[in-house]
Write a protein of this length. Structure first.
Length: 174
């Protein structure tokens, strides 16, 4: 891992280690979730759906626009449906961890390519009016919020949950 502050780009030097840590915490919650909790229809929200919601919004927010956005297969745009339509089926841990890896890579690339001009641009997401810089901080907070919510569910249902991640274990260079 590159030493903190060694990169002149503040997005990769300062934001990535914390954004990556939030993504790591989400991944840890996925791994720690027992099958009995993953798709327990007696509980709301569904654990797997909260993971999917978090990853989908991470992905679209990294794009900064819904125009031309398509999540990777097998995922659909159902999460954008204003009626709150659920996906047609339960997504597995394996599928969502593959999606998480896709989002992690996209996040690292987005931050590495963030220029001052790009940071000042307005995002074109219809539900929020932020600069691209503020959108990424908002996005980080959204991921961390749901990672904490998932850890609370794990603590309540299994009396165990993954610990805090201080900074990402994933080097920002790839």
């Amino acid at each position: 891992m590159t030493a903190p502050g060694a990169d002149a780009n503040p997005w990769t030097a300062s934001v990535w280690p914390q954004f990556g840590a939030a993504i790591d915490m989400l991944d840890n919650a996925i791994v720690a979730c027992p099958d009995a909790v993953w798709d327990d229809g007696t509980q709301s929200p569904l654990f797997w759906h909260m993971v999917y919601h978090t990853l989908f919004l991470l992905d679209v927010s990294l794009s900064g626009s819904v125009a031309g956005f398509t999540p990777p297969a097998p995922f659909t745009l159902s999460e954008l449906d204003p009626a709150g339509v659920m996906p047609e089926r339960t997504y597995s841990k394996v599928e969502l961890r593959v999606y998480l890896d896709h989002c992690r890579t996209k996040c690292r690339t987005t931050l590495a390519e963030m220029t001052d001009a790009r940071a000042r641009e307005r995002c074109s997401l219809p539900w929020i009016d932020l600069t691209m810089a503020e959108l990424q901080l908002y996005n980080l907070r959204h991921v961390q919020h749901h990672a904490a919510q998932l850890n609370l569910i794990l603590r309540q249902r299994t009396d165990d949950a993954p610990g805090w991640v201080r900074r990402t274990r994933v080097d920002r260079s790839g």
